[in-house]
Design a protein. Structure first.
Length: 186
């Protein structure tokens, strides 16, 4: 028996597997909200397929509602990515510039992200004010709900970006400066 096989097989010669403990503490409420919305979206799409292909009488509301659920999932899920600081980022230039310049640039990126998301939240709020009480095309619900989900997502991204910027300020570096460092507090 090889060394690798000895590690896989127990003393009794049987194959034993021990799963890692699942830590649900790493998930925040926006993760669960995104999962819940995704599950609802899956049910709506399943119902749409069922009514269209099995019953041959498609439910017209499902396509519109599924589209709006997808919008909500994207914006609330984006807040999860901001919290984890795993949006697309380019760290190549940080390897070429001096560390103090990298720190300044990293701080600028954090400040710019916060300002952008705060401004996007404000623009979303203005959009809600302009559309007033206009209704969805098929379902008689206010379009403000869709833009409300976008506003909620942008506001949550803004809040999470402030927390990420504060964390970067406290630890003295960001993932842009030290991409090899794993396990940042999230």
């Amino acid at each position: 028996m090889s060394e690798q096989q000895e590690h896989v097989l127990g003393e009794d010669g049987q194959f034993h597997v021990e799963d890692e403990a699942v830590d649900l503490g790493v998930y925040r409420w926006e993760d669960w909200a995104s999962l819940t919305l995704f599950a609802a979206l899956a049910l709506i799409v399943f119902y749409q397929v069922f009514t269209r292909y099995v019953m041959d009488d498609p439910a017209g509301w499902t396509e519109e509602i599924a589209r709006y659920f997808l919008v909500a999932i994207v914006f609330i899920g984006a807040a999860m990515s901001v919290r984890k600081n795993n949006h697309i980022q380019v760290d190549y230039f940080y390897r070429l510039i001096p560390k103090p310049a990298g720190r300044v640039l990293s701080t600028f990126v954090d400040v710019f992200r916060c300002l952008f998301l705060g401004y996007a939240s404000w623009l979303c709020w203005l959009m809600i004010q302009r559309i007033g009480s206009s209704r969805m095309a098929i379902v008689d619900l206010p379009m403000g709900w869709v833009f409300g989900a976008m506003l909620f997502g942008f506001a949550l991204m803004f809040w999470r970006s402030l927390l990420v910027a504060w964390r970067h300020w406290q630890q003295g570096y960001s993932a842009l400066e030290r991409p090899e460092v794993e396990g940042e507090a999230r």
